[in-house]
Design a protein around this ligand. Structure first.
Ligand code: AMP
Ligand code: MG
Length: 423
């Protein structure tokens, strides 16, 4: 979807503001339908491609491995020479080393000493490991029980010339760098990095290094967001703290949306503050203010301002992280041209009873560990208030209590998401 008319159609089709709360899945689906990847690409040196998004399919120009070769140190033989039930006597005629093939053709009754990675000599199809072969005078004795083709790696068994080695949209990991090197790719076509601007709103917020005036608190969200965004490998545009005034917000939003593909703010979207935020955003672009049926995280804004997607996250520090995980992270990954990899769900046993009201999704912060019976168990990390960032800092997982789910008894199995390395 690219036309902004369809964006407004999508946004207005949904309950807005204080209307009926949106289920988490609906909000995710709307964002997913709106977002389309940036188009610009660039070429980077292979080492610089880690974490970048591949911009087009890479077709392998060669077979990997380029020739049949030995998987072990031993003796290259012709399987048709081997006796199935008795030992076989073969005559060694030479050696094949990695990078130094045996030049001749191996005839019936002959064998070649071979090392791991060495090209299979012409005529041989099987390798007998050196540990089972025996030297007897000038000849080599091979015990029975070998199977044809054993210990041989086939040409092209890893990658085949003419077929895609990697497909566009892949976020390149360490194995992919090695894979690209294995087919001789030195420069990699990648999507350009996303530019993401972010700021905190709130007149009570002070940045590090400023005195903490009475009634004020340090801005923590901008630092959390810095960490969350850094893990995604985007270009960061940190716009600092914006005070609660329409003028300041409008100026920040204009600057941010001129420079970035996505703008993330925290605070200013809850009931008491949404009105002026809404007025500013509606002057600048198309933004919907949602109440999401989740805890923590209820209020959130989503839309488009100039060329940037806008995510207005709640102010509470835990809500920032959770709304980022469920709504922003995948959206940024999509925007960058990659496909989000599914988060692997866990089933864990809750050690404590959990209160849960049906009709909203709740995320409880927990430490998940292997219990004495070898199965996963979860402890809640203390006070679950949406302002208690310690609950997140101590946790390695979120227990997901689904929309329609009710109370959980101690010992019940619940769904969870491990977030180590994810957020
Ligand atoms: P708001 O959504 O702006 O009403 O903020 C909700 C709560 O989160 C208030 O207690 C704010 O003081 C707090 N809060 C908002 N932004 C931040 C921030 N950047 N760092 C720490 N706390 C914040
Ligand atoms: Mg505020």
């Amino acid at each position: 979807m690219t036309a902004s008319s369809s964006l407004s159609a999508l946004l207005t089709a949904l309950p807005d503001g204080l209307g009926k709360a949106l289920p988490v899945a609906t909000a995710c689906a709307v964002i997913e339908q709106c977002i389309y990847p940036i188009a610009e690409t660039e070429g980077v040196a292979l080492r610089q491609a880690l974490g970048r998004v591949l911009a087009r399919d890479i077709i392998s120009p060669i077979d990997v491995p380029p020739h049949d070769n030995s998987a072990m140190d031993g003796w290259a033989v012709r399987a048709s020479d081997l006796n199935a039930t008795a030992q076989t006597r073969l005559m060694p005629v030479g050696t094949a080393l990695a990078g130094q093939a045996y030049a001749g053709s191996v005839q019936p009754g002959q064998t070649v000493r071979i090392m791991t990675g060495a090209v299979m000599p012409d005529g041989c199809d099987t390798v007998v490991i050196q540990e089972v072969a025996r030297q007897d005078g000038a000849s080599i004795l091979i015990p029975p029980g070998q199977s044809a083709g054993q210990n041989r790696r086939l040409r092209g068994e890893d990658l085949t010339a003419g077929l895609p080695a990697l497909v566009a949209g892949r976020s390149l990991g360490p194995a992919d760098l090695g894979l690209l090197a294995s087919i001789g790719v030195a420069e990699v076509p990648v999507q350009r990095r996303l530019r993401v601007a972010f700021f905190s709103t709130g007149s009570e917020l002070r940045s590090l290094g400023q005195p903490l005036d009475p009634g004020c608190i340090y801005d923590s969200n901008r630092y959390t967001l810095h960490g969350l965004l850094s893990r995604l490998g985007v270009e960061l545009i940190d716009m600092g703290v914006v005070t609660d005034s329409p003028e300041a917000l409008e100026a920040a939003m204009r600057t941010a949306s001129e420079q970035a593909d996505a703008v993330i703010s925290s605070g200013g979207v809850s009931v008491g503050e949404a009105d002026y935020t809404r007025a500013v955003m509606n002057r600048l672009g198309e933004v919907a203010f949602w109440t999401i049926a989740m805890r923590p995280g209820r209020p959130m804004a989503f839309g488009r301002i100039a060329n940037a997607w806008y995510f207005g996250l709640p102010g509470n520090p835990v809500a920032v992280m959770i709304t980022f995980l469920f709504f922003v992270r995948d959206a940024l990954i999509r925007l960058s041209g990659a496909s989000p990899r599914p988060v692997l769900p866990l089933r864990v046993r809750s050690l404590a009873p959990l209160r849960k009201r049906p009709g909203r999704t709740e995320y409880q912060r927990a430490t998940v560990e292997v219990g004495p019976d070898g199965l996963l168990q979860a402890h809640i990390t203390g006070n679950q208030g949406s302002g208690v960032l310690r609950s997140m800092s101590q946790a390695n997982a979120l227990i997901v209590l689904h929309h329609d789910q009710g109370d959980v008894a101690a010992g019940d199995w619940v769904d969870a998401i491990g977030f180590e390395g994810l957020i």
